[in-house]
Design a protein around this ligand. Structure first.
Ligand code: OGA
Ligand code: MN
Length: 291
């Protein structure tokens, strides 16, 4: 396995490994160490079936169901561990741009951390790109560890004990309401996470914000929303961001506990097909994985 860093400690390309095959313990440890350091990993030319995608993911923890938790909607994909991010209907036709399913896909264009709105939250996401539009549709990542390090001492002290509320449908509400059912909302009540935490695998402090955050404990809503807005603006400054230009069969893996990501806009009438699996945070698992 070869590791080619894109910057000294954020984003690395990994080659000389076949993700479709069962991994050795050394390979799993190698990937765990690489993601602890670089937070975003890029594997080129890795066509995976859904079963291979899910099997690769399970090396790193139990599978997270994300928004599917409270959903009874019909699915296009047979494997229930794989989240469908294609703008396709059940018959495989590109959705009309105004279709309700596009709301979730457009919400992915806000900076976010997968499943930060549930307990346990998302840990590693593994995203396979099958078909990408010619223009736009890139995926960007922001390093919330570097963003923490760059805060002033005054801001670090101010954030130290703050806890934010994360709500699954806040991003949809921002887009004018999502049409989600009461059952879907009931299955995903708001959760609360510190705005600053330590990532166990690296020992590095990181911010933990994004579009799912809605309130801050003990603060009035207007002050909280503006602080969350300012923090998001801070984290997503260009110097903390890596932009991925997709090629078909790229696989991206990232740590949701210390990065944010977003898709970039594209022509919704063009096919864009990606699939994702995500693991849940497992308390105490990190030290073992990295050894
Ligand atoms: C995701 C996601 C962004 C994109 O897969 O979780 O937010 O570029 N994707 O589609
Ligand atoms: Mn996402």
């Amino acid at each position: 396995m070869k590791i080619a860093p894109i910057t000294p400690d954020f984003a690395a390309a990994i080659s000389d490994i076949d993700l479709s095959q069962p991994l050795t313990a050394e390979q799993v440890t190698g990937i765990a160490r690489a993601i602890a350091k670089y937070a975003v990993l890029i594997f080129r030319d890795q066509p995976l079936t859904d079963d291979q995608h899910a099997a690769f993911t399970r090396n790193f923890g139990p599978i997270d169901k994300g928004l599917l938790l409270g959903s009874k909607r019909k699915r296009r994909l047979a494997n229930a561990d794989v989240i469908d991010l294609a703008n396709l209907d059940l018959e495989g036709n590109v959705l009309p741009p105004s279709n309700i399913r596009n709301v979730s896909l457009i919400a992915n264009q806000y900076w976010h951390s997968d499943s930060s709105f549930k307990a346990p939250p998302g840990k590693f996401s593994i995203l396979c790109g099958m078909a990408l539009p010619r223009d736009g549709g890139q995926t960007e990542f922001a390093d919330q560890r570097a963003a923490y390090d760059a805060l002033s001492d005054i801001m670090k002290a101010r954030l130290e004990n703050l806890v934010a509320e994360h709500y699954a449908f806040h991003s949809r509400d921002m887009l004018g309401g999502s049409g989600h059912s009461e059952g879907e909302a009931d299955a995903l009540p708001p959760v609360h996470w510190p705005i600053v935490h330590t990532v166990p695998e690296s020992g590095r402090k990181s911010m933990f914000v994004g579009i799912h955050t809605r309130e801050i404990g003990g603060m009035d809503t207007p002050e909280a929303r503006m602080l969350l807005h300012d923090l998001l603006e801070h984290v997503t400054q260009r110097q903390f961001v890596h932009r991925h230009e997709w090629q078909a069969n790229d696989v991206l893996m990232w740590d949701n506990q210390c990065t944010l990501h977003r898709g970039r806009a594209y022509d919704l009438s063009k096919l864009r097909e990606l699939r994702r699996c995500t693991t849940e945070v497992v308390a105490g698992a990190a030290a073992q994985a990295v050894g």
